[in-house]
Design a protein around this ligand. Structure first.
Ligand code: SF4
Length: 266
């Protein structure tokens, strides 16, 4: 029995893989994306964060909140198993997200194995920033990889995520060489990842893979800006304008015309 650290469990998720799913958010991520929706996910250990909440137009209260908790695979599987009926009825299952699930490999492996033992569909939502041998270790127990692709230009990738994209792209090529059980997720960050230049480079890269994936296009959600305010952290990207429906249609149409199956919001 292994213990890991999670910071949330989302029930009845419908955008994290097929059907109705339980999404488990694991703590720890090697990236530091400027737009991260879960900045509280990046450190592996549970942490106290000073949270500021608005209680009226002018008043705030501040209090320390513990983010993240240790949990055993047995207790987590009890939670996951509560919705077996929904998984069966909808073709759903469990998705391990984060953070970066590969940061807690032993914990992840045990959860995948226990899920497969009772025939639960499994998905991993990953940044791809890990050793390829880790993909090989989880491969047999994973039904679907949700693979994030953000920025093709390496310098830009380093600037906005803190790491090079070389290993991410290499792993994706290696994964696509052996399987089609993966989908690409592109988080559309205004002016950063949603530019025509970046999308053209993504399209070219994906079209050269051995297995051509489906693409989930994830519109920008400004809700994360408020989260940074609550956590009293600076949101480096400032105030961004969410993509209009016309812009989203334009992006989807472009990728469809390039020959991909595309789903808006996953
Ligand atoms: S890869 Fe995901 S979890 Fe990690 S920092 Fe980037 S957005 Fe956040």
């Amino acid at each position: 029995m292994t213990t890991g650290v999670i910071f949330d469990i989302k029930k009845y998720a419908i955008h994290d893989g097929p059907g109705i799913r339980t999404t488990v958010f694991m703590k720890g991520c090697p990236l530091n994306c400027w737009w991260c929706h879960n900045p509280e996910s990046q450190k592996v250990a549970p942490e106290e964060i000073l949270v500021r909440r608005k209680v009226s137009k002018e008043d705030f209260v501040e209090k320390h909140e513990l983010v993240g908790r240790e949990i055993t695979t047995i207790d987590l599987m009890k939670e996951i198993k509560k919705d077996l009926l929904f998984y069966d009825e909808s073709g759903g299952g469990v998705t391990f997200s984060g953070g970066e699930p590969f940061m807690q490999l032993d914990f992840l492996l045990e959860l995948l194995q226990q899920s497969k033992n009772i025939d639960i569909h499994t998905a991993i939502d990953t940044s791809g920033y890990t050793s390829f041998s880790n993909f090989e270790k989880v491969f047999d127990q994973t039904d679907l990889f949700l693979y994030d692709l953000k920025i093709m230009d390496e310098d830009e990738h380093i600037k906005y995520t803190g790491v090079s994209n070389k290993i991410i792209l290499k792993n994706l090529q290696s994964l696509a060489a052996i399987t089609s059980k993966f989908r690409i997720r592109i988080p559309l960050i205004p002016g950063v990842t949603d530019t025509r230049k970046n999308l053209e480079r993504i399209s070219k890269f994906l079209s050269e893979l051995k297995n051509i994936p489906r693409i989930d296009v994830l519109p920008y959600n400004e809700i994360c800006e408020g989260k940074y305010e609550r956590f009293q952290q600076k949101y480096e990207l400032g105030k961004l304008e969410v993509q209009s429906d016309a812009k989203l249609d334009d992006i989807s149409r472009y990728l469809i015309d390039e020959g991909f199956k595309v789903k808006l919001r996953g």
